[in-house]
Design a protein around this ligand. Sequence first.
Ligand code: SF4
Ligand code: SF4
Length: 425
Amino acid sequence: MKRLSGIHLPHWKRTEEQPVRALPLPETVRLPMLMHTGDPCQPAVKKGDHVLLGQLVGEAVSESAVPIHASVSGTVSAITQYRTADGTEVPCVEITSDGEQRIFDGCQPPSVKSRDDLIRAARESGCVGLGGSGKPTFLKLAAVQKPQMLIVNGAECEPYLTSDSRLMTEHPEDVIEGTVLIMRLLKIKEARIGIQTDKPAAIRKLSELSAAQKGITVCPLPAVYPQGAEKVVIYHTCGKVIPEGKTAADLGLITLNVSTVAFLYQYVQTGIPMTERVVTVDGDAIKKPFNLRVPIGTNAVRLLEYTGCDFDHLHKLLCGGPMMGAALSSPDFPILKPQNGLIACKSAKQPKPSPCIRCGRCIRVCPLNLMPVQLERAYQKQDIRMLTAHHITLCMNCGCCSYVCPAHRPLADVIQQAKTLLPKP
Ligand code: SF4
Ligand code: SF4
């Protein structure tokens, strides 16, 4: 099978051999009522209420939303406003911890015996894609009536990030049991777990455990960025190509991140909803990089202090990996459910873009065979027909084209901007 293009990046995965450690409990958490793609929740508590770990604090009022639960036990100290990445203001529940982490009585293992039970449980757990997508998991499970295959994504191709890798090494049984659970209830005969070859321990452990399970195959994947992008991992694990305008669900495929699968399994065992996550904290401004298990809503400053961030020389802070992560204007923000990485970088000179020299490198590395340089030109001309003719909607904003451009043209950013010119579907 022909491999899709991509780029070889330095891995900088300094945390891959270190066990995950728990961050000391923060004094407060802030829980914005929007941590998933879709509509925001409404606060289900008011100032002064006492809440327990796992208790509902944000009610999912729209069909596409998932609820939000208290990540610490304590007192609701304020209901404030929070500005999301796209500028939308949503309510935010602040909880001052009582330090006890008492679990809410209502957190009981759900009865999960059918497809509908699993979809309901995934929704009630507040589960979203932990690989960074933030898409409510129940929507992915419900999107395909008769799924052909489950693809479990353990590629984790971004530099620095190792939270999935640590999960697969420390708790491989959760990944396999979660995969078995989803296959059984959704009547899926085949599952493929895609893992990059730079994670040999994860490949070995999951291969050993899956050998006893019918229908599960571990697929070692070349360590090439963006191996973990949905379209790429699907192609390299099962050879299917998602046509323009279609989704994985249209091909009968369900793709889930390894941490999401493991969380679903744990939720069915314990009934404790999504209240914490593991975040890789790294970058050249970080002295002691770690994977930290933190309550959702913990202020990022706490993580940066714990890892010895050099705040005096902090130039760029990214939420997620360095290739597809979002730049943050300030470290004063709460860790949200989808945030798998916090990358702190020291000052680095950004070369100025120069005119295109028509080298074609951007075209050669695009995994989806797009022509980034033509998309940039179409944007400069504000030419929607040309953007469409060059299949702009296929672009997954992986950043490979910008990375290799010798003229330092910000192609991926321009293409993202160009998408805003398209008529809304
Ligand atoms: S950002 Fe888009 S155009 Fe550039 S390489 Fe990635 S998919 Fe291709
Ligand atoms: S990589 Fe940069 S210089 Fe080369 S063709 Fe693409 S835009 Fe032009």
